[in-house]
Design a protein around this ligand. Structure first.
Ligand code: ASP
Ligand code: MG
Length: 417
């Protein structure tokens, strides 16, 4: 017997038929003798409508009430899933965040989980009852409902799995795993059998949309073996292999990956904006003033390049910020002119960050050079670069997104044969 968490995303519970289909996956695990906790998202599209209602109600809504509204989507599906399971002859009970309790901080709309008491869930499960947990929500100080940020049910699932010491956390979604890149852009993209936590964290942070970033951080921290798998597989036809693994992509510890490739995947994100400061006085304290003022406004700066003019008197500073922060960033920068003197500001949101990710980069030279060569061969200009031990990111014109992703995908031998 194992203890399992099964999480179903919005498309997997989009209507009663789909909930019934998801419940058949639960049934299969119960019939095999496992204890099961189910985490559900809201039905597809529901959270978007709820967010929209808040916006229509006021353009300056109270984030506590926003949470009261948007958390309701998951409350509905948790009840419906429990009803469907009961109808199939199983014991099941729904759980809202406050009933567990799943405690969060008070950053309403994007709350972080602070603690989960797994005792009540474990008690229910050991009594043969399926615990159906409403994802995305918890209880903040002051007994207010809080939500975990869009896509937050993934995080609920991994956090609950850690709290109840589950053997596995299966994330059921509308794709059958994690791919080397977005298959809609590169039809030759391959499904990965395994991905290391660190790589998945980079892929999610750098634009792959399959899991909420925070869920991967938690999986890594608590070493939760997490599978991304399809809810549309026939529940009666999918089993586990000889090692006990279900179909899908396993996100796991690096040690479990025997033959790592140098590059595991290519991610891309269109949510970037490039800002260039022209002819800034080249003197100590300038970068501190520029980036300090952005940091004070909680604007995250990612890529940075500085190029000093030939005579050394001025410098150009180029960097990226999240596209949603673009307008605020420009305002803040205009204000620093008083402090550091006049400079020009140019910006563009028509850019994309393309990233090459792989643990194997730590031990292989020339991986970055290969990316630059491949992009150059297609005439794609690189506007900025950042690297870490396991990733290289380049900023390019958005018009070249598909070409760049395809080119890099084949340059690193990731194409399906
Ligand atoms: N229903 C929430 C959303 O759409 C949470 C989730 O599905 O993960 O963002
Ligand atoms: Mg999701």
């Amino acid at each position: 017997m194992a203890r399992l968490v099964l999480k179903f995303g919005g498309t997997s519970v989009a209507n009663i038929d789909r909930i019934r289909n998801a419940a058949r996956h639960v049934k299969r695990e119960l019939d095999a003798g496992h204890e099961v906790a189910v985490i559900v998202s809201a039905m597809a599209g529901v959270t978007n409508s709820l967010v929209d209602y808040c916006r229509q109600a006021s353009n300056d809504y109270d984030s506590r009430e926003y949470d009261a509204v948007v958390a309701s989507g998951e409350q509905v599906t948790s009840g419906l899933m429990a009803i469907v399971l009961q109808d199939m002859g199983y014991k099941a009970r729904s759980w809202q965040g406050w009933q567990i309790p799943l405690n969060t901080n008070d950053v309403h709309g994007a709350a972080r989980i602070q603690a989960i008491d797994g005792a009540r869930l474990i008690e229910a499960m050991s009594g043969g009852e399926v615990a159906v947990v409403a994802g995305f929500q918890g209880i903040a100080p002051g007994w207010r409902i809080a939500t975990l940020g869009r896509g937050g049910s993934d995080t609920s699932a991994v956090a609950v799995a850690a709290a109840i010491k589950a053997d596995r956390c299966d994330i059921y979604t509308d794709v059958d795993g994690v791919y080397t890149t977005d298959p809609r852009i590169v039809p030759k993209a391959r499904r990965l059998e395994k991905v290391a936590f660190e790589e998945m964290l980079e892929m999610a942070s750098l634009g792959a949309k399959v899991l909420q970033v925070r869920s991967v951080e938690l999986a890594m921290q608590y070493k939760v073996r997490t599978f991304v798998r399809s809810s549309f597989d026939d529940p009666d036809k999918v089993g586990v292999d000889a090692r006990g693994n279900p179909p899908g992509t396993l996100i796991c510890d690096e040690d479990e990956i025997v033959e790592a490739e140098v590059v595991t995947g290519i991610a891309f994100s269109k949510d970037e904006a490039q800002i260039s400061l022209r002819r800034v006085a080249d003197k100590p304290g300038v970068a501190a003033a520029v980036f300090g003022s952005l940091a004070a406004e909680n604007i995250n700066v990612d890529m940075i390049i500085q190029i000093t003019s030939p005579d050394g008197s001025t410098t150009d500073i180029t960097f990226t910020v999240p596209a949603i922060d673009h307008d605020r960033a420009i305002k803040v920068l205009e204000q620093t002119r008083g402090e550091i003197g006049h400079f020009g500001i140019e910006s563009s949101t028509d850019v994309v960050k393309v990233s090459v990710i792989g643990m194997g980069m730590r031990s292989h030279a020339g991986v970055a050079a290969e990316a630059f060569r491949a992009l150059a061969s297609k005439g794609i200009n690189i506007r900025a670069i950042t690297t870490s031990e396991i990733k290289i990111s380049v900023l390019i014109d958005a018009a070249y997104t598909e070409l760049a992703v395809r080119t890099l995908h084949s340059a690193y031998g990731l194409d399906k044969h």
